[in-house]
Design a protein around this ligand. Structure first.
Ligand code: PMP
Length: 398
């Protein structure tokens, strides 16, 4: 029965992580997978999470199923985080939110919903984009197209080309935007550019799908929602995939959400019944623990303040590593200009390293970077910065 099955190619990011774990080199450095690390190279549990868990453990009385869409306290807290406190979308009930297993779960449910209810739609993703986007959408049979985003020579956003590509997207198609901290380039549109994109979206009539996986990792919780909130002023319908893996450090709890925004509350209710149907036939209902932690934190003033300060700590550490990386490379005699890395947002940067250089770094120096040259800045520490920059300086010279 199974003898004809061919092995699937290794996942470009998680496969790299497996190779890293197997490498016996004691000085190996992992800049592959997008997971926050502290100065000791650990991925810590936030204190706000620990405190919320303590309360939950003391108070929980049942392990009964959640409903298909998840817990009400979580669903409303997610909307407040996205839209802002008491936003008219919330008071008019124009949006409905379902708790999904992580941001990937949200994207997958969104993909099934789009395929079923907008069957003619092509979904457009930025070039480049997170490696899993294409696979998630193709796995439900959606056509995936790409729009211009990155200028590899200038190491910046090619906004003119982006606008030109999106001007070709017809009404009824779907366009995926990274809410902030674009993965893999670390380059986001400016507030003025978001405004132009929102106006273009309204003019063209395509549906925006915001993938919001790093709220708070760029400039701050409210600042990072600015692109999304600009769209709200011009576009009455959208889908939003949230992930709380990074900003709450809840990676393995699988906490995310899919939010649908409609023109009326009635439309939102109706469309939501179909989203719930996708969920019911997929994983039936979400896991409880992670969302209970997030709701406990977001709905409690003290825990919220603690979480926000811990999130700020993570954000500032990444900003510090960006500057230190640029300065250390310069100090090691690297003549190429890497200063663009210090202006980027979130965990990732497109380093401009070639696939050959990436392979050489792995084989000769135990430095693990995704083949595209994307580096996860969060894997850098004061301790590994020297050896890391030595390795990069060596491959750039060879
Ligand atoms: N979207 C983007 C842009 C991401 O970078 C990630 C995580 N790497 C996800 C979605 C998925 O998040 P999760 O781990 O919560 O499934």
């Amino acid at each position: 029965m199974f003898e004809h099955i061919q092995a699937a190619p290794a996942d470009p990011i998680l496969g790299l992580n497996d190779a890293y774990k197997k490498d016996p080199n004691p000085n190996k450095i992992n800049l592959g997978v997008g997971v926050f690390k502290d100065e000791q190279g650990n991925t810590p549990i936030l204190n706000a999470v620990k405190q919320a868990e303590k309360r939950l453990l003391a108070e929980e009385t049942t392990k009964n199923y959640l409903s298909i869409e998840g817990a009400p306290a979580y669903r409303s807290a997610v909307q407040t985080l996205l839209f802002g406190h008491n936003h008219p979308i919330i008071t008019k009930q124009l949006a409905q939110t379902a708790h999904t297993p992580g941001g990937t779960g949200a994207l997958r449910v969104a993909a099934e919903f789009i395929k079923k209810h907008l069957p003619e739609a092509t979904i457009w993703v930025s070039n480049p984009t997170w490696a899993n986007h294409q696979s998630v959408f193709q796995s439900v049979g959606l056509e995936v197209g790409s729009y211009a985003y990155y200028d590899a020579n200038a190491k910046s956003l090619d906004f003119e080309a982006m606008l030109a590509s999106l001007s070709q997207v017809p009404e009824g198609d779907v366009v995926l935007f990274h809410g902030c901290c674009h993965n893999p380039t670390g380059i986001d549109p400016t507030p003025e550019q978001w405004y132009q994109l929102a106006k273009l979206c309204s003019k063209q009539g395509f549906l925006p799908l915001f993938d919001f996986a790093y709220q708070g990792f760029g400039q701050g919780l409210q600042e990072d929602a600015q692109g999304l909130r600009t769209f709200l002023e011009y576009v009455p319908e959208m889908l939003i995939a949230s992930s709380f893996s990074k900003n709450f450090g809840l990676y393995n709890e699988r906490v995310g959400a899919l939010t649908i925004l409609c023109e009326t509350a009635e439309q939102a209710d109706t469309a939501f019944t179909q989203i719930k149907r996708c969920i019911r036939t997929n994983y039936s209902n979400p896991p409880s623990h992670g969302s209970a932690v997030v709701a406990e934190i977001l709905n409690d003033k003290e825990l919220y303040a603690l979480w926000e300060s811990e999130l700020k700590g993570m954000r500032l550490r990444i900003h510090e590593m960006r500057s230190l990386f640029v300065n250390t490379l310069r100090a090691k005699g690297v003549i190429q200009d890497f200063s663009f890395i210090s202006h980027q947002q979130g965990m990732f940067s497109f380093s401009g390293l070639t696939p050959e250089q990436v392979t050489q770094l792995r084989k000769e120096y135990g430095i693990y970077i995704v083949g595209s040259g994307r580096i996860s800045v969060a894997g850098m520490t004061h301790d590994n910065m020297g050896p890391l920059c030595d390795g990069i300086a060596a491959v750039l010279k060879s």
